[in-house]
Structures are given as C-alpha cells and as structure tokens.
Ligand binder design. Sequence first.
Ligand SMILES: [Ca+2]
Ligand SMILES: [Ca+2]
Ligand SMILES: [Ca+2]
Length: 444
Amino acid sequence: MRKVSTILLAASIWASLWAVDQATAGTVTETFVIRSSHDDGYNKLYNGSANLTSSYAYIGNGFLIGWRFEGISIPPGSEVKEAVLEVFCHNGSAAPVTILYIAEASDDANPFSVASYDLINRQKTLTSLVDVPEPWLKMGWNASPDLSSILQEIIDRPGWRAGNAVAFFAEEISDAGKRGLYMIEKADTYAARLHVTYTVSKIDFDTDGDGDADITMKDSDGDGYFECPVGKTEYAGTLVIDQPLEIMGYPATRTETLFKGDGFVLKNGGVIISDLASPIVSSAFPELKGNDLQVVSRDYIWIEYGAKILLNGEGEFFAGDVYLETTRPGADVVVKEEVIIQGRHIDIITYGGAISLRRNTSLRASSHMTFRVELWDDIHLNRDVTLQASSVSGDCYIIFTAKDGDLHMNRNITINADVIDFCGIRGNIWDDGTVTVTGRTECW
Ligand SMILES: [Ca+2]
Ligand SMILES: [Ca+2]
Ligand SMILES: [Ca+2]
C-alpha cells in the first residue's frame, strides 16, 4: 500500500514564518456503470460459448461473467481505497455460492466480443478475491466485498491512463449453486455498477502562513511531478517549493506559467521541469512546442540548495524560457548552492536589487541569457559559477547590464557563449584572475 508522503518542515525560523507545503491526498468517490450491450455478458466455461445479449446471467451454472466499465477516471499513481461491484439479483438469491472475483490484466480492456473463449482467454490479474456471500437481496442490489486490491493492480500498471476501461469477472468455484443477475439488456437501470473511492496525490501551498492552502497542485498524470497551473497564479506571501513540479502545455502551443507574489523560494529537492520532459506527455504530444516559467516577486527570489529548473524539451533541447524578476527596488535574486537552470532563454531582472549567483551554480541556455540590474546595485558571480549559451542554430548571447552598479567575478567563474556583452555595466568589472571566458567579448 502506497503512502502519501508528508513533508516534515525543518524547525527553522523560516519554516515557522512560511509554514508551507504538505503533500496530502484528495479523496474522490465515483460510480461507473455498464453502458452498452457488449460490456456485460458471459462465456460458458465448459465450451467457451459467448453470450453478450441475454438479459440475465448466472453466478454459477458454469458461467464466467464479465463486466466492463469504460471511462475509469482514476489517474495513475492513485491509491484505490475501495472498489465495490453491485449487481442486481433476480432469482436464486439464497443459493450457496463461492465467488471468485478477478479482473483483466490490461491497460485498457477491449469491449467483449462474441468470439468463443474471449472472456476466458483474457489475461487475468494476479490479484483475485474469493467471497462466500450471505444470501442476497432478491430483486435488489447486492454488493461485492471490497475489490480495491484487484483494481489497484490495474491502476499500478505502467500503461494505465485515466479514462481507460476495466473489465471485472466473476465465477462460481464451488459448484454448489447459482444466483441469477440481470444484465444491461434487462434495462439500463439494472446494469451492474462499480463504486470506487480513490485518492489523488496532491500538494498544498500555504503561501501566507495562515494554515489554509492557497495553491494546490496535483500529480494527475502520475509521473511524480505535481502540475503547475497554466497562466498567471497570484498569491500573497511566499511560495516555497521543495517538491518536483512540472509546468504544463497544450498540444502544439506554447504556454506560460507565471507565479506572482511577494517571495519565491525553490530549494531542497525543488525541481521544475517542462512537461515536455515527461515521458507521458512528450510521447503523447510530439508536436508540443515548449512551456515557459516566469516568476515575478516583489521582495525576493531565492533558488538554492540543489534546486533545478530544467525546461528541456525532448532530449537535450531546451524548449522553454526562464524569466525571473523582482519588482520592489532593492529586492534581490539569489541563485546559490548546486543550482542548475536550463532553458531556451534565461532572463534575470531586478530594480535596484543584486543579482547574485554563487557556489556551484550552472546556467545553460540555447539562445540568450541576460542579467539586468535596473536602477542601482551589482551583479555577483562568486565561486564555481558556469554560464553557457550555445546552440547549433545561430549565435547565442550572454548580456550583462547594471545601470548603476558593478559586475563582480570571483573564484573560478566560467562564461561561454558566442558573444558575451558587458557593455551595459556602467560601473566597474571586477575580475580576480580566475575567470575563464570563451567567446567574443564586447566592452571588456
Ligand atoms: Ca450484454
Ligand atoms: Ca493560506
Ligand atoms: Ca504530473
């Protein structure tokens, strides 16, 4: 049984100020019904003959009954809490029976066919359940035991997708008796139904620290990355991310995810990828163009402690743009401690705040990279910082601008692009002699 992880917050002052995210689970209950004639029926076990059109069938009598439910909207990665099959009994309700419940081991069960042995020959789940029920309600609904372990085996298949179909089977295995059930042919209202309760993995962000979630993200495609909302998300306070997220696109369009608030922190396991990098989405929509991430914060942006922004497309192609901007005069952008940022464009902009890249920080772009400090303050590159802009198609630029400030480069700074433009630095350029610059430089 999978457990929904809970994030234990470090007992730091920051955690108490920004008591933040807790991965929890949203519970969903749904009922699925048989919709068409070929979605219920039976095979006779002794000769394989199929019947999909009878208005009734037997548990017992040498029948293997099948029920196929379409449009099971359970996302991959969900935990099935309960799954109950309900059937309508019309006779033999007290007959002694021993019922084996099992399901089809497939990602998306096909409709039943009238071919002999179709139900019998379908591959079955490893998980099954045997029930010896009490007498049933005659001319009434009767529930199976909880079949969640059987359904979970299907949901856990790597190829399972929300919306696929599931087929359950029941067989009487004691030869003791038979109970009669209606099929959909009797009437839609008598057709079997499947009640399912499941939980979807999700994460809540309490940006203003009042204990209530302000932003909720789900991992509905089950790839382990919680999905960022498309478009602009505004919040009060600070958004602290220490979980894997993905920014989502639509087929054949370019989309933006914009987070706008007072502070933005990406840290300690916080990773933001483009869904283009998700095997699920990129294989389903090969025409996707790329998704951009924009962060506009009033007070600060901190990307730190192993955090990553990887807006790759398929393979190494950087498909999405990264835009980081602080808006309050004096608000800094700090990128430090084992951070990797990869995108097509990377733009970092402040208004009178420092841009500071420190300690094993690596930025790679496949078009341009700009660092722009408006008003006043400096740009700092300090200790093992690598900036690289390269592409097979056209020149790539790295552009530094400090309208009234300096550029400081200290302790093993590596800069690599077709053109590195320092012309926007109005103050001094400080270089401790360990800077490696590859490419054409301008104004330095
Ligand atoms: Ca039928
Ligand atoms: Ca809140
Ligand atoms: Ca996901």
